[in-house]
Design a protein around this ligand. Structure first.
Ligand SMILES: C[S@@+](CC[C@H](N)C(=O)[O-])C[C@H]1O[C@@H](n2cnc3c(N)ncnc32)[C@H](O)[C@@H]1O
Ligand code: SF4
Ligand code: SF4
Length: 358
């Protein structure tokens, strides 16, 4: 029998992923928002979310937020309401917002998946590298904390050392999200195999110092204590999709909960089956000694991979493989980044290489 664990919303409150728009100035080959193009939240829907009880912070993502004509106003209003904010951008929104608006964010994420302009621009189908360069310069000029965000795919994971070298040079962090399939757009081909996933993790820990990790299977296998055990999606964090539906994760778009039906808190939403199913612990995991740290692994990866009743596809015991031996070096300075405990993600700083080639 599968079991469901309890929600772990903390006293600090919910982290909200807000997709104000699914529209974008680019057209990346892997993007989960491609099937949602044309959808937008209204200003009043965004403010309604900001006013609900127990909100910790809002991260703007899904599409490219500045493509929403009222995005500047949304930022100003959320800031006035005392909401801690972050933004994930391909550079366009960071360039478009005024300096004083950008200063309202706790931290910013700029997406870069390849070192090399031609690869980056061809993958993102546009002038992505130019936008990234300008956004980095602007963050540095304004002294705003920022991370470079890369999606780990089978076509770029070998470039992790170069990405970590780049962040060390820029004085920022590297956040990595593992690629997830997008069934509605038929995008599967960038998925990492079991071996590629663990090689990517090895490269990250060899060339980087860990700032935070909320990938449950990595925490469980490498014995990394996590402030948010198990999958944070749906318990610690929620997503508002550009069509107004509320779900535990960007990869779960079949939710029946809608922002227009929310009253003054998300408590009732989190109590629905849409959310509670994220806490399903597979039968295989019931006797695992890592269960408290892992809970079965990333719930959305399991959902996309054929069912929440199966463990994470990157689980070594499940795949009957050796547990990888990887040395964990932590970053000395603690950092308060909105993304640290908001989805299954890993954040690193680059190790200093003393100018040596990687
Ligand atoms: C959807 S984008 C929205 C924000 C902005 N347009 C950008 O590209 O950063 C947010 C992040 O999700 C990543 N992403 C998009 N599709 C993905 C997928 N299928 N699997 C994993 N990450 C994905 C993007 O690369 C980006 O870093
Ligand atoms: S820039 Fe972001 S939202 Fe736009 S297509 Fe690429 S990943 Fe998707
Ligand atoms: S068996 Fe389940 S709980 Fe244990 S490490 Fe694997 S996925 Fe996680």
């Amino acid at each position: 029998m599968q079991k469901q664990r309890a929600s772990n919303v903390t006293a600090e409150g919910l982290l909200v992923g807000m997709g104000v728009t699914a529209n974008c100035n680019l057209n990346c080959k892997h993007c989960y928002s491609l099937p949602l193009r044309g959808q937008n939240l209204t200003l009043s829907q965004v403010l309604k979310v900001a006013q609900t009880k127990n909100i910790n912070s809002i991260n703007f993502g899904t599409g490219e937020s500045f493509c929403h004509p009222e995005f500047s106003e949304m930022v100003d209003k959320c800031y006035e309401m005392g909401i801690k904010m972050s933004l994930t951008s391909n550079g366009y929104s960071i360039i478009g917002l005024a300096d004083e608006q950008l200063r309202k964010f706790n931290d910013l994420d700029i997406s870069l998946d390849f070192i090399g302009k031609s690869k980056q621009n061809s993958f993102r189908n546009g002038q992505s590298q130019e936008l990234v360069d300008q956004a980095i310069e602007k963050c540095k000029r304004l002294g705003i904390e920022f991370s470079i965000t890369a999606v780990l795919m089978n076509i770029n994971y070998k470039g992790i050392p170069q990405l970590l070298k780049k962040v060390a040079e820029e004085g920022c962090n590297l956040r990595v999200n593992v690629f997830k399939p997008v069934p509605k757009a038929g995008i599967y081909k960038y998925r990492l195999s079991f071996e590629e996933f663990w090689e990517a993790v090895y490269l990250l820990f060899t060339h980087g110092n860990l700032i935070s990790c909320s990938e449950p299977i990595v925490n469980a296998m490498l014995d990394i204590p996590s402030t948010v055990p198990k999958s944070p999606c749906g318990s610690n964090s929620i997503r508002i999709h550009p069509n107004g539906t509320v779900s535990p994760c960007v990869y779960l778009t079949d939710s029946h909960v809608h922002i227009d039906h929310i009253e003054d808190s998300f408590e009732a939403a989190i109590d629905t089956e849409t959310f509670k199913r994220m806490a399903t612990v597979p039968e295989f995991c019931q006797t695992c000694e890592k269960i408290d740290a892992c809970g079965g692994g990333c719930a959305s990866r399991r959902h996309l991979n054929g069912g929440l009743d199966k463990p994470d596809e990157y689980c070594p015991p499940y795949r009957q493989k050796e547990i990888p031996e990887i040395e964990v070096t932590k970053c000395r300075k603690a950092k308060d980044l909105v993304h640290s405990s908001y989805l299954c993600t890993m954040i690193f700083e680059g190790k200093k290489t003393d100018g040596k080639e990687i």
